[in-house]
Design a protein around this ligand. Structure first.
Ligand SMILES: [Zn+2]
Ligand SMILES: [Zn+2]
Length: 337
C-alpha cells in the first residue's frame, strides 16, 4: 500500500475511527519550538492556595486512594473525587433511555489523579518511581471503574497547559466513567468488529504491522509498544502509543508493560517538547471497558493543541492538519528522548 504525501493537500481517512481529515502541509508548517518557549514564569514547588499540594487536604473532597512513597509527604499519587463532576453516581445506574432515546440520567464517576506532590512536577521530568506510580494509578482507576455496574466506558485523560484545558497547574490527570457509550468509541468498536468479522484479525494489529513495515510514521519501537504518528493525524505531531501484544482493554496490560509504558510515555512527551516546545496537549487512553475481545485493541492518543479549531472544522467536522504526518514522525524520531 503506497501511503505518501508530496506538497499537495489530500483527504485521508483514519482506518481506526473512520474519521476523515485534510492534510494540507503547504498551508502552514509545523510551529518551531523557538516561538513557543518562555511562556510565563516557572511554577513554585509548593502553592499554599493549591488544593492538590500536600497540607491542603481540607480543600479536597473525598480521597479515594493513595500510592505510598518513601519521602515526605508519604504519597506519590493521590486520587480524589472531582469537586465539579461532569457525571455523578448519586442517582444510581439509569434503567433506560427516556424521551425517545434523547435523555438519560447523568450517571458516572469523575475522579482526579494527582500525579505528584510536587506542584512544579511534570511527566517529562519525573523520576522512575514517580512515573511508575502514575501509570499504575491510571491502570488501577481504569480497572476499578470499568468493573462497576452500569458503566459502559472509562476514559483516563490528561490536559496539559491552559489551552489544553487544564484549570489547575498542579500535575494531574482525570478519569471519567460513563453510563453512555461515547459515540466516537462506539464508532471505533463497530469498525474493529466489522473488520474482524471480514478478515478474521484485529484491525489495530493489522494497522501496526502495516505501519511497522512502512516505517515512515514510526517514532519509536520498544519491546512492548510502538509510538507512531497516525496516517490521518488530525493535528501536527498527533501520536499514538500502541501495545504490540494484542489486548482489547487497558485493564489487560500487565505490570511489565505498565512500567515500560511509563518510560515510553515520558520519552514521547520529551520528543514532543523538543519538536514543538512546551505546547498544550491532551492525551487519552482509548479503550473498551471489557477485556478479552479479539477485535478490539486499546491505545493512548496524544493530541497537541497548537491551533484552535476554526469555523470550517465546526461546519464540516473535518480537521485540517497543516503538517505532514511523515515529516512530523521524522522530526519526532530524531528528537532526543
Ligand atoms: Zn499544587
Ligand atoms: Zn490487536
Amino acid at each position: 500500500v503506497a501511503r505518501g504525501l508530496g506538497d499537495v493537500s489530500e483527504f485521508r481517512r483514519d482506518p481506526i475511527s473512520g474519521a476523515w481529515v485534510i492534510v494540507a502541509p503547504e498551508r502552514n508548517r509545523r510551529p518551531q519550538p523557538s516561538r513557543r518557549k518562555g511562556a510565563g514564569s516557572p511554577a513554585p514547588r509548593f502553592d499554599p492556595d493549591c488544593p492538590f499540594c500536600p497540607g491542603n487536604e481540607a480543600m479536597l473532597p473525598t480521597i479515594i486512594e493513595e500510592s505510598a512513597g518513601d519521602a515526605p509527604p508519604g504519597w506519590l499519587t493521590r486520587v480524589v473525587t472531582n469537586k465539579y463532576p461532569a457525571l455523578s453516581p448519586d442517582d444510581g445506574p439509569p434503567a433506560a433511555m427516556e424521551q425517545a432515546g434523547l435523555r438519560m440520567s447523568g450517571y458516572g464517576f469523575h475522579e482526579v489523579i494527582i500525579e505528584t506532590a510536587r506542584h512544579d512536577g511534570d511527566l517529562s521530568t519525573l523520576d522512575a518511581p514517580g512515573l511508575d506510580a502514575i501509570v499504575h494509578t491510571y491502570h488501577r482507576r481504569f480497572a476499578d471503574l470499568a468493573g462497576r455496574t452500569g458503566i459502559r466506558a472509562v476514559v483516563v485523560f490528561r490536559n496539559h497547559g491552559r489551552r489544553g484545558g487544564a484549570s489547575l497547574t498542579h500535575p494531574h490527570a482525570q478519569a471519567i466513567a460513563t453510563a453512555l457509550m461515547p459515540p466516537r468509541l462506539a464508532d471505533v468498536v463497530e469498525r474493529a468488529h466489522a473488520y474482524h468479522a471480514r478478515n478474521g484479525q484485529c484491525l489495530m494489529c493489522a494497522e501496526l504491522a502495516l505501519e511497522l513495515s512502512l516505517a515512515r510514521r514510526i517514532v519509536e519501537v520498544s519491546k512492548d509498544f510502538v509510538v507512531l504518528v497516525p496516517y490521518a493525524a488530525a493535528a501536527p505531531c498527533e501520536m499514538w502509543i500502541v501495545p504490540r501484544r494484542h489486548q482489547a482493554s487497558f485493564a489487560e496490560a500487565h505490570d511489565g508493560e505498565l512500567v515500560e509504558l511509563a518510560r515510553v510515555l515520558q520519552r514521547t512527551l520529551r520528543r514532543l517538547n523538543t519538536v514543538i516546545g512546551d505546547a498544550p496537549y491532551n492525551f487519552a487512553i482509548e479503550s473498551v471497558a471489557t477485556p478479552g475481545a479479539d477485535s478490539q485493541h486499546w491505545r493512548l492518543c496524544i493530541m497537541p493543541r497548537i491551533a484552535e479549531p476554526g469555523g470550517f472544522e465546526l461546519g464540516s467536522g473535518l480537521a485540517i492538519n497543516p503538517s505532514s504526518p511523515e515529516d512530523d514522525a521524522e522530526a519526532l524520531r530524531l528528537a532526543p528522548a
